[in-house]
Design a protein around this ligand. Structure first.
Ligand SMILES: C[S@@+](CC[C@H](N)C(=O)[O-])C[C@H]1O[C@@H](n2cnc3c(N)ncnc32)[C@H](O)[C@@H]1O
Length: 258
């Protein structure tokens, strides 16, 4: 599964499954292993491929809200060229992530306990990834982490956000109920793509990819890339279509995919 010479022309599904099993086994707790199985079902092979493509050509990756670090371990194992840095507020998750990375023999990844809402970065990154973090942060926290990411992205850097869209509403309700169960709190802050667009500097072009699968989650992947000087304005790319389709002032997601 290692790709030191670049991605293999033919994807090795068996090796991929073996890698997922190795990662899951690297965690001590049965509950965490169960969580990892569920996460790899939700963030399935298609989403992993999409994330891998978004990271193509990037080296220094920051994963904010990395949780137990399973996706960090996955990408660090698949792409040894990466220097992966995962951070999370939860010290126990970070300890489990570091143990797993050590067991997997990964030397290109490190995990640290940090709060995204007061994040103060000291280095530059080629990509900042946030997988299902943003809806756990209130408005001010989201704005802080986005600003911090923006200020520490390399010239060709990108922002990769996997989050929850607000449509269809039954999927949003299901996701919210699950989030309440997992966090034992009721407050979640789901943004629509217009809010994401407005929160990130206009020098970044946004492409939004709703994930259409059988699962009851309204997933969406946002890729923000810095535009070359003189390129189309902030309404370029897929987002322009979305804006054109959105009824003015509704403030809801128009990324219906059903
Ligand atoms: C739904 S989990 C996603 C974890 C991981 N990204 C994944 O996809 O498996 C959300 C994570 O965000 C973390 N988190 C919540 N608030 C945070 C904050 N203020 N700073 C850093 N991490 C935070 C939680 O501890 C949790 O691990």
């Amino acid at each position: 599964m290692r790709d030191s010479s670049g991605p293999a022309a033919i994807f090795d599904t068996a090796a991929h499954r073996r890698l997922l099993r190795r990662i899951i086994r690297a965690y001590d707790s049965r509950m965490v292993r169960g969580y990892c199985v569920a996460r790899f079902l939700i963030i399935n092979i298609n989403i992993l491929h999409m994330l891998g493509l978004c990271m193509r050509g990037k080296t220094r990756i920051l994963d904010v809200g990395c949780g137990f670090g399973l996706f960090g371990c996955y990408f660090a194992a698949r792409y040894p060229r990466l220097a992966y840095h995962g951070i999370d507020l939860d010290a126990q998750r970070i300890a489990a992530a570091n143990r797993a990375a050590e067991r997997l023999g990964l030397h290109n990844i490190r995990f640290e306990c940090r709060d995204a809402q007061t994040l103060d970065l000291s280095q530059e990154y080629d990509a900042v990834v946030m997988l299902d973090l943003m809806h756990h942060l209130p408005q001010g926290g989201k704005q802080h982490v986005l600003r911090e990411a923006h200020e520490h992205l390399a010239a060709e850097g990108c922002l990769i956000i996997k989050d929850v869209a607000r449509r269809p509403s039954w999927k949003l309700f299901f996701t919210w109920a699950l989030d309440v169960l997992m966090t034992r709190g009721f407050e979640m802050w789901y943004w629509d793509e217009r809010q994401f667009r407005e929160a990130v500097d206009v020098s970044f072009r946004l492409e939004a990819y709703p994930i259409a699968d059988w699962l009851p989650y309204p997933h969406v992947l946002y890729l923000f890339e810095r535009q070359a000087a003189g390129a189309a304005g902030p309404a370029g790319g897929l987002y322009a279509e979305n804006v054109a389709l959105a009824p003015a002032g509704r403030g809801e997601s128009n990324l219906e995919h059903e």
